[in-house]
Design a protein around this ligand. Structure first.
Ligand code: SF4
Ligand code: SF4
Length: 221
């Protein structure tokens, strides 16, 4: 799930300066789970804009805005409003904003598409319904086999592949004393597994070409 937080309203009002007719687009996927772009948040945002004097001419909630075909389907009944709007405010991740741009461009519509949220990372772990954690940065070259199932790329503040750095104190990271040192966690885990030998093998620098952006996944089914 892509984690998102709502941008400050002042920033959003600034984006919308000089515009009158606005379409608010949410996302019933990740943004709904983050409570930033589901139906209640779309309605609340639209109400705030109307109180501020904007004319919200449509509220659209694609099932998942990052799916181009789902966004096209959600936009289909709103052709007139899409032509009439001055701009769009998207309560979805950065991908969703760009999908709305693509879908409107395909209709020959070139209007500002404003981001209403900040995307803060791929929250791959759900601890509770209201607490999410990033544990993997999708580096394209997974080394969890070597590190006892704990990712140093994500959990170590310096992303060290051959840690620890020497700055840990009482098991806490020198960069943030509230966080456990990833490499001490790795050590403890490997010790329990009887695999401390793994710490002796040098892990070469990662092949960052595997992280070169933008990445694409083509399935050959
Ligand atoms: S090494 Fe870490 S960042 Fe890379 S794929 Fe594995 S878990 Fe993800
Ligand atoms: S103290 Fe541990 S987690 Fe923090 S930067 Fe050093 S090795 Fe990484």
């Amino acid at each position: 799930m892509i984690g998102t937080v709502t941008k400050p309203m002042e920033e959003i009002y600034h984006y919308l300066q000089g515009e009158k007719k606005v379409i608010v687009v949410g996302c019933d996927g990740c943004a709904r789970i983050s409570h930033t772009g589901g139906e209640p948040e779309v309605n609340s945002m639209a109400d705030k804009l109307e109180e501020k004097g904007f004319n919200v001419i449509a509220r659209i909630l694609p099932e998942r805005t990052c799916y181009i075909h789902k966004t096209k389907k959600a936009f289909a009944p709103y052709d007139n409003e899409i032509k009439e709007a001055d701009s769009f405010l998207v309560l979805g991740c950065g991908g969703a904003v760009q999908v709305v741009r693509q879908v409107t461009e395909e209709k020959g519509i070139y209007k500002p598409i404003h981001p209403g949220l900040n995307s803060i990372g791929h929250m791959d772990t759900i601890i509770e319904d209201t607490l999410f954690l990033e544990q993997c940065q999708e580096c394209g070259e997974c080394i969890l086999e070597e590190t006892g199932g704990i990712c140093p790329v994500t959990k170590c503040a310096k992303g060290l592949l051959n840690g620890p750095c020497g700055g840990a104190e009482n098991g806490k990271c020198e960069v943030d004393r509230n966080r456990d040192c990833a490499w001490i966690l790795i050590y403890e885990r490997l010790k329990r597994l009887g695999q401390l030998d793994r710490l002796k093998s040098y892990k070469p620098p990662k092949n960052y070409s595997k992280m070169s952006k933008p990445r694409m996944l083509q399935l050959n089914l």
